[in-house]
Design a protein around this ligand. Structure first.
Ligand code: KG4
Ligand code: ZN
Length: 393
């Protein structure tokens, strides 16, 4: 193992195309410096559907991967023009076969590979799952093509685990297991909501998870009902922050359910909350539905309800398992009120990623991938596939 490892990481599991270059700080088990973390978001494209549309996501990943890779290498100082003009036709034939379902990507990649040299990276980390199958495949096949062409190993990464590893970027990673574990982890995103017991790096047990919608999905669907657009989390958070009670400090008039808050298990459920939002909205007059008072108040209570359930269950798990730390990750962990409430309510060591690393990004894939790389958990381009329903183990 070289003194410093350079990681090329890819992420395409949902609607963000991202490429990152990470460098380890010292030898094994040290921290990372993020040399680049380019994220091309498709939010504008999916906005009119009110959610992520898988075939559109696939199309956009195909278009974006090469420009995003080029930018990531450029920012890291690793983009070098190739002196060689000729590359074997046979090699491109193999790549064309790997990318037979992504012809747009193949064309762009071929031009790129003819123009630029192999970057000085040690391996490729890529998301294998869970996520939207068509979206995952684009990233997986792109990783396979690069791996073959540049003769680099691939470390497949679980997207959920990577959300946790977003906490260990640009930090001294010498967080000794003794100081952190056992930890309770809460992953809250648009696709997943899970409470995990983390006994060490790479050792997980799912304590509970949502039985229906993810917390982020509840934000998104509620925002759609209220006409607040996509993605719903930031839209609802913004409206909630504008809420002013009258008289100041008065309790909210709207009182949405806190699903499963008192159940003894660690499972969660958010689809009933979304339905309650729908019924509440429908019961209002057309004028009220559009009023600032109503929209800000219901946004406040949606946010409160989701946060209360998440915090109550996470802290109960932390208590039961004598957790030394609580580790948050996923898009909903970018929510300002959730971050504030967790800081107020727990004495345990709390790890929350910077907001930009809460939502999907490739840097977190690289960080999680490094741990598997150290354990020699690599694959060749020949036997890597997308796993839409991959579970954390
Ligand atoms: O982790 P992520 O980028 O993608 C998935 O893996 O799903 O999470 C996206 C989700 C969306 O549902 C979005 O509404 C939510 O995270 N989100 C937020 C905030 N920012 C993003 N939810 C609440 N408050 C936020 N500030
Ligand atoms: Zn995610």
């Amino acid at each position: 193992m070289s003194e410093k490892t350079l990681i090329l990481a890819l992420e395409t599991s949902c609607d963000d195309t991202s490429v990152s270059i990470l460098k380890t700080l010292k030898g094994n088990k040290a921290g990372f410096t993020c040399l680049s973390n380019i994220i091309s978001s498709q939010t504008e494209i999916h906005r009119k559907w009110g959610g992520v549309y898988p075939t559109l996501a696939k199309r956009e990943h195909q278009r974006n991967l090469v420009p995003v890779l080029t930018q990531a290498l450029k920012e890291s100082g690793l983009l070098k023009k190739s002196a060689k003009k000729q590359t074997s036709v046979a090699k491109f034939k193999v790549i064309e076969k790997i990318l037979e379902r992504e012809p747009v990507l193949f064309k762009q990649l071929k031009t790129f590979l003819l123009k630029y040299k192999k970057p000085n990276v040690d391996f490729i980390a890529t998301t294998e799952g869970p996520g939207l199958e068509p979206a995952l495949w684009v990233g997986v096949n792109f990783a396979r093509a690069l791996s073959y062409f540049w003769n680099l190993k691939i470390t497949p990464v679980n997207h959920i685990e990577a959300h946790l590893f977003a906490n260990f970027i640009d930090k001294d990673f010498n967080l000794k297991p003794d100081a952190l574990f056992p930890a309770i982890s809460l992953i809250v995103s648009g696709g997943h909501t899970q409470i995990l017991l983390m006994k060490n790096y790479g050792k997980y047990k799912i304590l509970g998870e949502t039985r229906d919608d993810a917390a982020g999905e509840c934000f998104d669907k509620s925002a759609r009902i209220l006409g607040l657009g996509y993605p719903g989390g930031p839209a609802i958070a913004k409206k909630a922050s504008q809420f002013k009670s009258f008289p100041p400090g008065a309790e909210l008039k709207i009182n949405l359910p806190r699903p499963m808050i008192h159940t003894k298990d660690y499972d969660l459920s958010f689809s009933g909350l979304k339905t309650a939002v729908l019924y509440n909205f429908k019961s209002q007059s057309a004028k009220t539905r559009k009023s600032k008072e109503y929209i800000t108040e219901i946004s406040k209570d949606i946010q409160n309800a989701i946060i209360e359930v998440l915090i109550t269950k996470t802290l109960r798990a932390a208590d039961e398992y004598n957790a030394k730390s609580i580790i948050l990750g996923g898009g909903v962990a970018a929510n300002e009120e959730l971050r504030k409430q967790f800081r107020l309510k727990t004495g345990a060591h709390l790890l929350i990623p910077p907001k930009i690393l809460c939502t999907d990004n490739a840097a977190m894939i690289g960080a999680a991938g490094y741990f598997h790389w150290l354990k020699k958990e690599t694959k060749s381009w020949k036997n890597l596939s997308a796993k839409a329903n991959l579970r954390i183990t």
